[in-house]
Design a protein around this ligand. Structure first.
Ligand SMILES: NC(=O)C1=CN([C@@H]2O[C@H](COP(=O)(O)OP(=O)(O)OC[C@H]3O[C@@H](n4cnc5c(N)ncnc54)[C@H](OP(=O)(O)O)[C@@H]3O)[C@@H](O)[C@H]2O)C=CC1
Ligand SMILES: Nc1nc(=O)c2c([nH]1)NC[C@@H]1CN(c3ccc(C(=O)N[C@@H](CCC(=O)O)C(=O)O)cc3)C=[N+]21
Length: 296
């Protein structure tokens, strides 16, 4: 058997198309342009690539894109001052501070200084609390993108056994919340989980967010299960490097019913959901009806 490939790149283009249509209407009917600000501290080359492609796609859907590049040794006070300015700027509806931050900066403090209404990453404690209690919130982009692909593929997820490998605040935990919200029976696995292969073998849905290249082999996958690979790992490939996920694609694709590739799976959906969240934030900030189908 060979798995159906879930084409995140194509799905993301469709989502961005919906966003662009809505943005055009906002402009015409309300004279409003959603604005997204990305704050990058330091010079991490991989981060710069994400920031560049985010900026490009933001402009492509008709939004305003602002980038703040700060030196790696920027003080916490200076970073907080940049965020305070963006919080107060009525032309900015979404603020993303690229993680991880350099070690001398307190990530929790910085994230929680963002106006929760502009927190398009959904990392602010009040958005985390709202999501955990099933209230309207800003939903983290990567888990939201995974949920959209799962709903598109399965229709209802009700009653399915889902295993999320990874318990980070940015992927694993919010992913588990969303799956629970869709009535899956959810298991969260991590580095201390006993008998991980057996835990994963029970799953109808496997979401791998571990940060270890090709860690999940095909013989952990229940035949027919859906595999969502969140991992983005750059590994050596001859003279160059290549991107691989957290699952061993070749062996998993032989047993799974459906699988997301890397690249071209979760990554593009993350950026599409960031744009969707910025649009949603702009509508909410202006008391306008928000677009349907673009949030959880
Ligand atoms: N596609 C996208 O848009 C995005 C992709 N990513 C990618 O997703 C991956 C995960 O990211 P993130 O959540 O930030 O990573 P973190 O490093 O924050 O978390 C990794 C999680 O995996 C768990 N883990 C590590 N080793 C093992 C193991 N051997 N067995 C079981 N669990 C293990 C850790 O457990 P413990 O808590 O016990 O240490 C931890 O909970 C990375 O590859 C990252 O690059 C991230 C964000 C967006
Ligand atoms: N505050 C914050 N929010 C984030 O959402 C966030 C972050 N910090 N820090 C870094 C991680 C990582 N991340 C990715 C997003 C898109 C791709 C993506 O589009 N990947 C393409 C390939 C890109 C390439 O070829 O380099 C793909 O998978 O097809 C990857 C990774 C968001 N993150």
């Amino acid at each position: 058997m060979s798995a159906q490939v879930i084409d995140g790149k194509a799905f993301a283009a469709k989502v961005r198309g919906h966003v662009a249509e809505h943005v055009a209407r906002l402009k015409e009917e309300n004279d409003l342009t959603p604005g997204l600000a990305v704050v990058l501290v330091g010079e991490d080359p991989a981060s710069q690539v994400y920031v560049r492609s985010k900026g490009k796609m933001t402009v492509e859907v008709g939004m305003k894109s602002v980038e703040h590049r700060l030196e790696a040794d920027t003080s916490e006070a200076d970073l907080l001052a940049v965020i305070a300015d963006l919080n107060a700027d009525p032309t900015i509806h979404g603020i993303l501070v690229q993680l991880p931050l350099p070690g001398h900066l307190n990530e929790d403090l910085v994230i929680n200084s963002i106006d929760p209404a502009k927190d398009v990453d959904g990392f602010h404690i009040s958005n985390v609390g709202l999501l955990g209690t099933g209230q309207k919130s800003m939903v983290p982009c990567t888990p939201l993108g995974c949920l959209m692909m799962l709903r598109d593929h399965h229709g209802s997820l009700s009653g399915m056994d889902a295993v999320v490998i990874g318990r980070s605040n940015i992927v694993g935990k919010p992913m588990a919340q969303l799956l629970l919200g869709d009535s899956c029976t959810v298991t969260i696995a991590h580095s201390r989980t006993k008998d991980l292969p057996d835990v994963v073998r029970r799953a109808d849905i496997v979401v791998a967010a571990v940060g270890r290249p090709e860690m999940v082999p095909g013989d952990w996958i229940k035949p027919g299960a859906t595999v969502i690979d969140v991992g983005i790992n750059r590994v050596p490939n001859g003279e160059k490097t290549k991107l691989v996920g957290d699952v061993d694609y070749a062996s998993c694709a032989e047993v799974a019913g459906a699988i997301t590739p890397v690249p071209g799976g979760v990554g593009p959906m993350t950026i599409a959901c960031l744009l969707a969240n910025t649009l949603t934030a702009c509508c909410r900030a202006n008391g306008l009806k928000e677009p349907e189908g673009l949030t959880a």
